[in-house]
Design a binder for this molecule. Structure first.
Ligand code: FE2
Length: 251
């Protein structure tokens, strides 16, 4: 049974944990130097992540606080959706602090610290990305009772924060955490196999996805500012949804 701590006790990390972090960090950075967006690569440096040191949440939070006011909090595992949106709205990102084992390097059923921290934390240093995450959390909180709205909001999160691509000098680059933290997904996302679609928030909201396979389509944004600018359109599209069955029954 895996030990999933609710606080980060740095002295509890084992030699294997350090080996796993270092190996994954070096392997990913080798690919990402070429394939990740410039802002992500700069943010990895600025937040202080290195191969030989598992990130300390306290030190990471100081960097985030100074840059955008965001914080990581330790989550034992995936947090419920309503709690997740509430945390985002307060500029808090829930992250696990345990690492996969050497035997699980390339496949893991649930997000570990490498995904949550290496994948998600650096871009929270970036003001436009951080502003989008906060606004997305606040907007989502208003739709907790509406299953169809939540489904569409989840699709937006999936195709941006988890599996988003960003155009840079006319080439697609990676910024979604689900790609950044996976060698296989990095290679696949930029290969000729999947479809790469131009950013369209309304199409994104309606696009189905699977969580158990390499993605067959990715949306490509032009900038994080573009994501922020699309929020009013997202809000308006949600407002046009018919009331949910539950809401209707109560009213
Ligand atoms: Fe994630």
């Amino acid at each position: 049974m895996r030990n999933k701590p609710t606080v980060q006790v740095y002295s509890h990390y084992t030699d294997e944990d350090f080996e796993v972090w270092g190996l994954l960090f070096n392997r990913q950075m080798k690919h990402l130097k070429q394939h990740a967006g410039r802002l992500y690569l700069e943010a990895v440096d600025n937040i202080g992540f290195r191969a030989d040191k598992i990130p300390d949440f306290g030190a990471t939070n100081q960097m985030l606080q100074a840059a955008t006011g965001w914080q990581l909090c330790v989550a034992k595992e995936l947090v419920p959706q309503d709690e997740f949106f509430r945390l985002l709205s307060q500029k808090i990102f829930p992250a696990t602090c345990w690492l996969r084992t050497m035997a699980e390097l390339d496949y893991l059923e649930e997000p570990d610290m490498f995904h949550d921290v290496f994948g998600h934390a650096p871009l929270l240093m970036e003001p436009a990305y951080a502003a989008f995450m906060e606004a997305f959390g606040k907007l989502s909180l208003q739709w907790l009772e509406h299953p169809e709205a939540l489904k569409q909001l989840s699709a937006v999160y999936w195709f941006t924060i988890e599996f988003g691509l960003l155009r840079e000098n006319d080439a697609p680059k990676v910024f979604g955490a689900g790609i950044l933290s996976s060698v296989g997904e990095t290679r696949h996302a930029l290969s000729d196999v999947p479809a790469r679609l131009p950013f369209d928030i309304e199409r994104m909201m309606q696009t189905a996805y699977r969580t158990d396979i390499l993605q067959d389509k990715y949306f490509v944004i032009d900038s994080f500012r573009q994501l922020c600018d699309a929020l009013p359109l997202l809000e308006a599209a949600l407002a046009r949804l018919p009331e949910s069955a539950e809401t209707f029954a109560v009213s």
